[in-house]
Write a protein that binds this ligand. Structure first.
Ligand code: DGJ
Length: 736
């Protein structure tokens, strides 16, 4: 609900309040963002008190020499009027002037969320507050929109800049600024690299700036745009926790600045690095939408708000709430060595095991026998698929098996027909050698003709056969970021991202029934922008149980399991060389969107039986596994990781318990569960030889905890022990 009293704006979601007001000088003062507060937010208790003007502060105006922007929590900071912290906006006029002074002009309340031209955005029922600010210096207008997704306790914020009657160069427009009172916060960011995505790192904020960003052209596996801020009392289940994300897939930047005056400023938006966007008189620039959430129920509370928001207001289309298919993917089974008969044989076996979709990964097109060639030549390789995709799909249909296909349209190999025909379509700096990534170049998506070609080719490929699923990959970071098009280079990274969105919009619109899965060498572009077009993403190429448990747990802070593709692969694992049991590999993969990434025709009878039962179990419980409410569990022993997914009515739940290394003669972990109905009685079935192990009430399981009993590394040592070897995982199924 939005309440406006004498230019004090109070934005309430079910459990949070966001309060700001217009000052007599025109600035928007940020008063509170946190736990829900009753009333209209007008009180002398809030608001900055500034009775003394100290020696070298800059007073905003002569009218009040004690009023200084450097200590004011604001909604939007500019440059040159005495706020010496990181600005949210930085513009220069043609005269080189950097100074801006945005002040309140008008506001209005509307319903709903209009689309943002060229950019993905949240959608669905919401109340919206629009505030217009004017800058008399540059002549620019800023429209700040606040969208309230009340039931998820999420507010999104959007910024639209319009040039006045003279041109400006936009050096930065951050999507979100939040000035928190105090300086005793910890920031949690999600960092990594290829095969090591989403590793949470928590650190106290100190006086000065802490920055994470992406400069590689994609949201990146180095630093995800999602981050959290914890108050001093924050735990997994209680205390102040804020979380932020950005609906954007390109270069982003998140800044936390603690000022010597004891304020904490948070900024998130497009990375100002290599960014200078020219706006002619009257032209507009839309910054990507920022997502803000607060919970007084700690990290777990804010994660569940983010999950609800992503499921309800980011993911869209036919697959939004649909059970996702169990798939078999050809990549690690065959790499480039595929042909029609082999694929059909694997698809037959996949069907016998219960899988519903077979994905033909890399290698089906051009002359693609390794990764040095053919990207751009999106035509079937006749020596591998003599009847083309159409005949393959027909043979699949008779099994029956749905056909999925891998593509990587944003790239081009030098050795390709496309590159021969259009060498200037790749990003390249004249008179400089190319810096290569996976032997491939990046196409210049700032050019309309390149995007048009891609839309047309992908439409032809997907329309050429009965294709149910597309894995849209992107395997390298951007380098040599230069376009031959005049005027494109000041903000080429951003233009690339806009081109990508245009393509995704067109292709996904043409094939509304196809399930699209995003991928970028695993999770190098795992973000809310992608999820507006594709309802799921391949989180990591790393399918090793040990690494995956950590990567999936990391992702769970900001993203629900319904967007996380997770596969069971062969042993020794192709990324780490480690071996883990089939049941352990299943347990971890089952906590996401299950797939198999191995040659199913080589499974022995026993393993095939196990896999068959795994898929049967997963299909029976997939609504819970894909769409249940997740709670991370705390165990006082770093050797273990656990989390639980609970059904909406709390009648059913599944727990994952993972053990890194077996240590003899140590006490078993105490599993305090979460999210259960305290009054219900649950039967606990261990998906192992032990079967049913206990019956207990929800309150007992949550407050006293489940004592699992002795852990042993191999079967047969004790009938009452839980068998959990090194890198072992087990699922517990609770029913009431
Ligand atoms: C990288 C992806 O992450 C893999 O799953 C696979 O699709 C390869 N690309 C294919 O080249």
């Amino acid at each position: 609900m939005i309440t406006i009293t004498n230019l004090t704006f109070k934005l309430d979601t079910d459990n949070t309040s966001y309060i700001m007001r217009v000052l007599p000088t025109g600035q928007l003062e940020q008063l509170h963002y946190g736990r829900y507060i009753s009333g209209n937010g007008v009180s002398d208790a809030l608001g900055e008190k500034h009775p003394v003007g100290y020696a070298n502060t800059v007073a905003y105006s002569q009218q009040d020499v004690t009023f200084c922007l450097d200590q004011l929590p604001t909604e939007l900071s500019g440059v040159g009027k005495g706020d010496f912290r990181e600005p949210a906006i930085e513009l220069t006029g043609d005269d080189g002037c950097f100074v801006t002074d945005f002040g309140y002009h008008s506001h209005r309340v509307t319903q709903g969320h209009p689309a943002i031209k060229g950019l993905p955005s949240a959608y669905g029922d919401c109340e919206t507050l629009e505030i217009t600010l004017l800058d008399p210096i540059s002549g620019c207008t800023l429209l700040l929109s606040y969208h309230l997704f009340a039931h998820c306790d999420i507010i999104t914020r959007q910024t639209l800049l319009t040039a006045g009657d003279k041109p400006v160069t936009v050096r930065r427009v951050m999507s979100m600024q939040l000035d928190l009172h105090g300086s005793n916060y910890r920031m949690v960011t999600f960092n990594g690299a290829w095969a090591r995505e989403m590793q949470p790192e928590e650190q106290p904020l100190r006086c000065g700036r802490f920055v994470i960003d992406a400069k590689s052209g994609v949201s990146s596996n180095l630093h995800n745009p999602f981050f959290m801020i914890k108050g001093s009392d924050c735990t997994e289940t209680a205390g102040d926790c804020w979380a932020f994300n950005l609906i954007y897939s390109g270069n982003h930047c998140q800044i936390a600045e603690v000022s010597p005056h004891g304020r904490t400023r948070l900024l998130s938006g497009i990375n100002p690095h290599c960014f200078a966007h020219r706006l002619e008189a009257g032209e507009q620039f839309a910054a990507p939408e920022a997502v803000l959430g607060y919970s007084h129920n700690g990290a777990g509370g804010i994660s569940r708000s983010m999950h609800d928001f992503v499921r309800g207001h980011i993911v869209r289309g036919e697959w939004k709430k649909m059970p996702r298919p169990v798939l078999v993917n050809s990549w690690e089974a065959n790499y480039f060595d595929i042909d029609e008969d082999k694929l059909v044989a694997q698809a037959h076996k996949a069907h016998a095991l219960g899988a519903e979709l077979y994905v033909v990964d890399d290698g089906w097109f051009g002359k693609r026998n390794n990764d040095t060639t053919s990207l751009g030549d999106w035509f079937e390789n006749p020596s591998k698929l003599p009847g083309g995709l159409a005949r393959l799909a027909e043979r699949f249909a008779s099994i029956p098996m749905a056909l999925g296909l891998w593509v990587e349209p944003e790239m081009v190999s030098v050795e390709s027909e496309l590159y021969k025909a259009h060498p200037d379509w790749a990003l390249a700096v004249p008179a400089s050698h190319h810096s290569m990534g996976r032997n491939q170049l990046v196409l210049d998506l700032s050019r309309d003709e390149v995007c048009d070609y891609m839309i047309q080719r992908m439409t032809a490929v997907i329309g050429s056969a009965d294709i149910s699923y597309i894995k849209w990959d992107m395997n390298r970071n951007l380098s040599d970021v230069y376009s031959v098009c005049a005027g494109h280079n000041g903000d080429l990274f951003h233009r690339y991202t806009l081109g990508y969105y245009r393509i995704m919009q067109a292709v996904t619109e043409r094939f509304p029934k196809v399930l699209f899965e995003g991928c970028a060498g695993g999770g190098n572009r795992f973000d809310l922008g992608v999820l507006c077009y594709m309802p799921q993403i391949w989180l990591s190429d790393n399918t090793d149980v040990h690494c995956r448990a950590a990567i999936q747990r990391g992702a769970s802070y900001g993203y629900p399991q319904s967007v996380v593709a997770a596969h069971l692969s062969d042993c020794p694992n192709h990324q780490t060389g480690r071996t883990a049991s089939l049941s352990s590999r299943f347990a971890v993969a089952a906590m996401g969107l299950l797939g198999y990434e191995l040659d199913v025709t080589t499974l022995g009878t026993d393993d095939a039986d196990v896999v068959h039962r795994q898929i049967e179990f997963y299909k029976q419980h997939r609504l819970l596994l894909q769409y249940g409410t997740q709670h991370r569990l705390d165990i006082d022993d770093d050797n273990f990781t656990a989390w639980i997914t609970v059904s909406g009515d709390k009648s059913e739940a599944i727990v994952l318990l993972y053990q890194q290394l077996f240590v003899p003669n140590t006490p078993p972990p105490l599993l305090r569960l979460r999210g259960l109905d305290p009054k219900r009685s649950y039967r606990i079935n261990e998906l192992s030889s032990r079967g049913e192990i206990a019956t207990a009430s929800g309150d007992l399981l949550c407050y006293a905890g489940l004592r699992l009993g002795q852990i042993v590394p191999v079967d047969g040592l004790s009938p009452n022990a839980l068998v959990l070897p090194d890198f072992g995982a087990v699922l517990l199924h609770l029913t009431s």
